[in-house]
Design a protein around this ligand. Structure first.
Ligand code: MIC
Ligand code: SF4
Length: 643
């Protein structure tokens, strides 16, 4: 009998399927081989793992990275790091010390394996798709479940083939390709899709370039993106001393896709995303000559050796313009070591660049906030308003090539005018795993290890079972595309990630700084809090704090025109009902502060029917569209409460 030809996504999912049938079920449970956490989401993930009472991690490999919060103003970050280090040792997790690099770059270099699944408590985990992994971002509690050996659930995907042909022109790169994809598909409406890259153009892209593309697939809102694993992957793994990790992975001839979109790489122009969304894509040409105040190069999207070496080639023997500040953060120690060996570090220093720590840093607004009203060009993946730490700043997302060319003149420049030679893939990367601790006890753990808990490490709050009826108030009404950075700001507030009562004081700080007090007042009166939102609520980060802190403030339901995938899953994990207006026009009937009732809410959720909502004199309906598994979680008050 002839076997059905499979695409790459189907192949990996089929070998990891533990629940559901892709042909008939809306949701699939998959086995997770690898997990990653980072410090800003990791403390909660490990506290939740600990509360599950499992003696050690059950994955092939689990790594705890410290890369987000390394600024250490005050004791909080250092407390988190100590906690993370000790708990990693105890439960068999590999611990990557601060300074080692950015989780996604490091994972690609040292652990990512084609054909496996990776779940990470960071939305850019799909970077692993560049090496042929099904790599998915999720909330910390989902990672905890995966570390305990549990399945992860995804909507049965629709798969779009992005077929690449020809090769990129000099001066253009992978960032321009993913911006092109974002120009076409935008940041909303892609929920449930997986983008698979294929076609003859794939062979012309090295692994770091592929990873740039899958990394920023997160901005599309897809479940993940993936490349095949081929000779280029083999060469990359061999150069990382990991030849044995290679498996070939390609779509069968005749494999089917739900949609196909073709990109001619030779026609891709330098692109940029204008403020304040990665989906506001324009050509660099259209912005040429615009004065720039700041240029920051790095982040998990563009911090590989290939990227920073390219920047060095543009800046060689030159100096950055007087009135522009240029900062560079490399993705890993390996990248820095290579740049040191080939002279690039000296070039960059001499050119007047500020060399920053190998960490997320500027990307999450932890430092390097630009001046008032600045135009800042950045190679990272998100330019949400205020994320840089300066609300009035205009952040544009660009390729390393565009960043480097513009650094020389202090104006937006076309990198294709004086392009540099392509950086060849290194034959051998310098390998130094010394900052990955507990590799010998990985998967086993060290019993009796004392877990260090400073005063910043607080308890994880647990949800309550869903009440029969909801009686409450609209605590806030927000518009479209509200990101998790609006709901739970990072930057200066990041250090409270391990302390929910403290962090909860800043929920919706950029939209309504009085939100916390209003919610507490309602909670004291026995009223539930409801959040009302427009389209694409909860875009961006995987931070489960954007659900956990509202839960702590007594938020029982979100009523939105649409809710993004990871955030919706987080709401369910914390027992908040994710409701979508049956008629989007009902949004206009709701006013902030209004009294709201949902009579028979629990019964409606139990029966899978729609929910009646009464706001003032208006009555309308909304639906939660939950799978059976999700329904159980919402009814009992979330995942932790269900254990
Ligand atoms: C981000 O880029 O927004 C973050 C910070 O990496 C988040 C994770 C977090 O909020 O800690 C993400 O992408 O998931
Ligand atoms: Fe870190 Fe920025 Fe990447 Fe998030 S997007 S993981 S903050 S570098």
């Amino acid at each position: 009998m002839n076997k059905k030809p499979l695409n790459v996504v189907e192949k990996i999912l089929a070998s990891h399927l533990v629940e559901g049938d892709p042909a008939t079920d809306p949701e699939l449970g998959i086995r997770i081989d690898q997990t990653l956490t980072q410090d800003a989401t990791g403390t909660m993930a490990y506290l939740q793992f600990e509360s599950m009472g499992v003696p050690r991690v059950k994955t092939e490999v689990s790594v705890s990275y410290v890369d987000h919060n390394t600024v250490q103003i005050g004791f909080e970050n250092a407390d988190d790091h100590d906690f993370l280090q000790s708990i990693a040792k105890r439960y068999g997790v590999i611990y990557s010390k601060a300074g080692n690099g950015i989780c996604h770059q490091l994972h690609l270099e040292r652990f990512g394996r084609p054909g496996t699944t990776l779940l990470g408590s960071d939305s850019h985990t799909p970077t692993g798709g560049g090496i042929g992994q099904i790599a998915i971002g999720a909330g910390g509690i989902d990672i905890a479940v995966a570390m305990a050996g549990g399945a992860f659930h995804i909507p049965t995907p629709k798969v779009r083939l992005i077929s690449l042909k020809n090769r990129l022109r000099k001066g253009t790169s992978a960032k321009d390709v993913i911006l092109k994809v974002l120009e076409k598909f935008g940041t909303k409406g892609n929920i449930g899709w997986i983008f698979e890259y294929g076609g003859p153009g794939v062979a012309t892209l090295d692994v770091p370039s592929r990873a740039t593309i899958t990394n920023m697939g997160a901005e599309l809102g897809v479940t993940t993106s993936v490349f095949p694993s081929d000779r280029v992957t083999k060469q990359f793994l061999a150069a990382q001393g990991r030849a044995k990790d290679f498996t070939e992975l390609k779509a069968d001839r005749g494999a089917k896709y739900d949609d196909v979109f073709e990109i001619d790489l030779a026609k891709v122009e330098p692109m940029m995303a204008a403020p304040h969304s990665p989906g506001n894509v324009v050509t660099v040409k259209s912005m040429k000559g615009t004065k720039v105040n700041q240029i920051l190069i790095g982040s998990c999207t563009n911090s590989s050796y290939r990227d920073i070496r390219t920047v060095a080639l543009y800046l060689k023997g030159k100096h950055v313009a007087d009135d522009v500040e240029v900062g560079i953060a490399c993705g890993s120690r390996q990248v820095v070591n290579m740049l040191a060996r080939d002279g690039s570090l000296a070039i960059l220093h001499s050119a007047g660049c500020r060399m920053l720590e190998n960490a997320c840093g500027f990307c999450i607004g932890a430092h390097m906030s630009p001046r008032t009203g600045a135009i800042s060009l950045r190679t990272n993946n998100r330019n949400f308003e205020g994320r840089s730490g300066t609300k009035s700043a205009q952040v544009y997302l660009v390729s390393p090539e565009t960043a480097a060319a513009s650094a020389l003149t202090g104006k937006v420049e076309l990198p294709t005018k004086n392009p540099v030679a392509a950086v060849p893939s290194p034959k051998k990367f310098p390998i130094d795993d010394a900052m990955f601790l507990y590799r010998e006890t990985a998967g086993k753990g060290v019993k009796g290890t004392e877990i260090v808990r400073g005063p910043n490490i607080a308890q994880v709050p647990k949800g309550e079972p869903l009440a029969a009826d909801l009686k409450g108030a609209v605590a806030i009404k927000v518009g479209d595309k509200i990101t998790t950075d609006h709901i739970m700001p990072a930057g200066a507030r990041l250090k409270f990630r391990s302390n929910i009562p403290q962090y909860a004081k800043f929920v919706f700080e950029p939209c309504d700084p009085a939100f916390h007090d209003k919610c507490m007042a309602n909670r004291e009166k026995g009223l539930a809090n409801v959040i009302v939102a427009g389209e694409s609520y909860g875009q961006g980060s995987s931070r489960e704090h954007a659900a956990m802190c509202p839960m702590y403030l007594g938020v029982k339901a979100v009523l939105a025109k649409s809710i993004e995938r990871i955030h919706r899953a987080n709401l369910i994990n914390f027992g908040i009902v994710p409701l979508v207006f049956d008629d989007p026009k009902s949004y206009d009937l709701v006013a902030a502060g209004a009294a709201v009732e949902m009579p028979g809410l629990r019964a409606a959720i139990e029966n899978g029917g729609n929910v009646e909502v009464k706001v003032g004199k208006a009555t309308f309906t909304a639906t939660a569209a939950l799978s059976d598994r999700e329904r159980r979680l919402v009814l009992c008050g979330g995942l932790l409460a269900s254990l």
